[in-house]
Design a protein around this ligand. Structure first.
Ligand code: ADP
Ligand code: ADP
Ligand code: MG
Length: 455
């Protein structure tokens, strides 16, 4: 097994990976920026190396400094976590060139799936359904033509997109040009790549994704699905597993398609295939995330499989310890991402000092966090500070457990999304499970109407 792993990330995912390494008896090296001197991941790792200034481009995206830190501290592998360099094939190649193992898929498959247009082309070749659209990057005239032929509304999406950025909904031809330019600008800003493509806007879809686990010996299994339809501005807020609002027949199709896709592209790590599902249970490939995901914990809860530890073992070259038949569902899980944001102020990030913190506990309650009392949340990074994951035998029991957990959670000093989630967990449509990706927007509208979210 690896002797020492550098974790090229920060926040709760860095902490999560350090814990997995420790359980496997692997030494850990944290990297941190000058803005993260107080960060928890720095304290929990066996060693910590400062890799630059607070701005991500100077530190967590600084390939040279990260690889140098890994080599000088005697690491034999790098885990990239999510965000930052996790889906950057050049980084993965550089890591391997320096004689280290990149804990993720091989760089060429990452490259293929990292560009959404290339990914869509691969899926068409593999026989997996995709959303009607341009299926390639387009210029303004081509974009207008494609939109005209598939019919409005359409989405303009960044080819290199991620984290819900670089996406614009266009309702009519008149709106197309300004939104096209906006999407391109945002794509350039976030991904240094201004390529965009056109996709049919699927109305009121569910976002259902399949967790996969593949090794370097051709074994491919799925770990069931997650319903990630509770999104605000294309960013996930609450996730659950399994999904109760689609048929078993459709689930089987999603698993089969996801496995077929992984085999076709030669995928060799843990990963996720995201699908859109419409009202008539048509399903479409949306993208593949070639990394561990924020919401991997709900799948860990319902399957009792440690995704991060397995990801490390797979990267080392070990064959999967499981066959498909070994993977069972033991219950229901929900995850609430707690963000330092102010729901009463359009969810504006609200960094600052946490004066007091109380996290819930008890049977079936998991907290993955990077904060502690007295910690100051940095304005430089993502506003997600903590995740609450609840697990129970039935979904209703799980909802009750999550309500209780959120009721107990105290993050004093900064505004968070806790109360927003708590109210949402009481909404009849959520309880019934019949929600789609437009639910949160409607819910925010309801809250505003009732004077509960004053802008
Ligand atoms: P998921 O939530 O399914 O794991 P997301 O797409 O929401 O995936 O991204 C997870 C995290 O990584 C978020 O913090 C997001 O902001 C960040 N992220 C995703 N893609 C990129 C990217 N291409 N560049 C920078 N950050 C990204
Ligand atoms: P990202 O890489 O930023 O996560 P995705 O392609 O996964 O981008 O899309 C993010 C979200 O946007 C999806 O989860 C879904 O809610 C919405 N979305 C994406 N494509 C479509 C589409 N064609 N029709 C309707 N909604 C979509
Ligand atoms: Mg996505």
């Amino acid at each position: 097994m690896f002797k020492k792993i550098l974790i090229a990330n920060r926040g709760e995912i860095a902490v999560r990976i350090i814990r997995a390494c420790k359980e496997l008896g692997i030494q850990t090296v944290a990297v941190y920026s000058k803005g993260d001197e107080e960060a928890l991941h720095k304290e929990l790792a066996n060693e910590a190396v400062c890799i630059g200034d607070a701005a991500p481009k100077d530190s967590y995206l600084n390939v040279e400094n990260i690889i140098t830190a890994a080599c000088l501290s005697g690491c034999d592998a790098i885990h990239p976590g999510f965000g930052f360099l996790s889906e950057n094939p050049e980084f993965a190649r550089m890591v391997e060139k320096c004689g280290l193992t990149f804990i993720g898929p091989n760089p060429s498959v990452m490259e293929k799936m990292g560009n959404k247009n290339e990914a869509i082309q691969s899926m068409i070749a593999a026989g997996v359904p995709v959303v009607p659209g341009s299926h390639k990057a387009v210029n303004l005239e081509e974009g207008l033509d494609v939109a005209e032929s598939i019919g409005y509304p359409v989405l303009i999406k960044a080819s290199a997109g991620g984290g819900g950025k670089g996406i614009r909904l266009v309702e009519s031809k008149e709106e197309f040009t300004p939104l096209f330019n906006e999407a391109k600008e945002e794509a350039l800003k976030f991904f240094s790549n201004d390529e965009v493509y056109i996709e049919k806007f699927i109305k009121h879809p569910k976002h259902i994704e399949v967790q996969l686990m593949c090794d370097k010996h051709g074994n491919v299994i799925h770990l069931f699905e997650r319903n990630c339809s509770l999104q605000r501005r294309n960013q996930k807020m609450i996730e659950e597993a399994p999904c109760i609002s689609i048929s078993q027949d459709l689930k089987n199709k999603l698993y089969d398609s996801a496995i077929k896709a992984c085999k076709w592209i030669g995928y060799d790590s843990v990963g996720t295939i995201e699908f859109l599902v419409d009202d008539s249970e048509n399903y479409y490939f949306m993208e593949m995330n070639t990394r561990v995901q924020v919401e991997h914990c709900v799948t860990e809860a319902v399957t009792n499989v440690d995704i991060v530890k397995n990801m490390i073992k797979i990267a080392y070259g070990l064959p999967l310890q499981f066959k498909q038949a070994d993977i069972k569902l033991y219950g229901y899980a929900i995850e609430c991402r707690i963000n330092a944001e102010d729901p009463r102020n359009d969810f504006r990030p609200n960094p600052g000092k946490i004066n007091f913190l109380h996290t819930p506990g008890g049977m079936g309650v998991r907290i993955d966090s990077a904060v502690y009392p007295g910690y100051t949340i940095s304005p430089y990074y993502d506003s997600m500070i903590l995740k609450v994951i609840c697990f129970a035998k039935t979904r209703l029991e799980c909802i009750r457990k999550m309500r209780q957990a959120l009721e107990e959670l105290i993050v004093d000093g900064v505004k968070t999304t806790t109360e927003f989630d708590y109210v949402l967990l009481h909404h009849p449509e959520f309880i019934l499970g019949h929600y789609d990706t437009s639910f949160i927007e409607g819910f925010i509208g309801e809250l505003k109407e009732n004077g509960k979210l004053i802008q």
